[in-house]
Design a protein around this ligand. Structure first.
Ligand code: CTP
Ligand code: CA
Length: 228
């Protein structure tokens, strides 16, 4: 706890956090998924609750206990997450998109389990999912979300982390983008995270490797400053 007055600085605020990773159904038993555990999203929810916020946690396939005190909405796919985010955002002071959202989904989901055939398997055709964060940015820009709503994205990048992150921040129309470097054993499923927080109005902030709670508290520091 570095900053004075951090305790309860989110009292009276409603924050929405998405966590985990979406699953895009191929058939009743199979899906396209990703390696997001939900740990960073849960750390964001817990720290926001500790600071007095009302927290809506949109949990995409998170196999972890619910944080006591949060309103938890479970979703599976990107389309379900989009509905939940847009609904919760209507009363939100901040939306933090920590969930890993699948960029693509199968164009069709088979109602019955796909069986092995003797020949080559059928290819699975993919279509693009809506970009939820970009949609929030666009809604805010066009006055369909309060202008004061703070929007935060997370991005996992493998190469050219800063340049990719800066372009993404602009493209999404969000205020803050937490950029993680991913790769062998980094970030996914681990209790620690290192990141660079890009912001529309400040130089990049380096967060050294440390507990995901620490990173979460820094995100809330920046959100809280923007809200006050
Ligand atoms: N995101 C989203 N909707 C999507 C994809 C991503 O809201 N369909 C959000 C994520 O939750 C995250 C941010 O956008 O907060 C950045 O996600 P990322 O996958 O890094 O961005 P993309 O625009 O999908 O770019 P890339 O091609 O690098 O995957
Ligand atoms: Ca993506």
């Amino acid at each position: 706890r570095v900053l004075a007055g951090r305790d309860r600085d989110l009292a009276g605020r409603h924050v929405v956090v998405s966590a985990g990773g979406t699953r895009e159904a191929i058939d009743p038993v199979r899906f396209i998924g990703n390696r997001s555990s939900g740990l960073q999203g849960l750390a964001l929810a817990r720290t926001a609750l500790a600071r007095g916020a009302e927290v809506t946690l949109l949990a995409a396939n998170v196999a972890l206990p619910d944080p006591p005190g949060a309103k938890v909405v479970r979703v599976e796919s990107a389309l379900e997450l989009r509905e939940a985010v847009l609904a919760a955002a209507e009363t939100a002071d901040a939306v933090v998109m920590a969930a890993a959202v699948a960029d693509f989904r199968p164009a069709a989901t088979s109602d019955s389990k796909i069986k092995k055939t003797s020949g080559e398997p059928e290819p699975i055709r993919l279509v693009q999912n809506p970009d939820i964060l970009a949609e929030l940015g666009e809604r805010r820009r066009t006055g369909r979300l309060p202008g004061a709503t703070v929007l935060v994205g997370f991005a996992a990048e493998t190469d050219d982390v800063l340049a990719n992150g800066a372009a993404k921040l602009a493209r999404k129309g969000c205020d803050l983008l937490v950029v993680n470097q991913v790769g062998a054993g980094k970030a996914f499923g681990t209790p620690d995270n290192a990141a660079t927080i890009l912001s529309t109005d400040a130089p990049p902030l380096e967060i050294p490797l440390g507990p995901k709670e620490g990173l979460a508290d820094t995100v809330w520091d920046l959100v809280s400053t923007r809200l006050s």
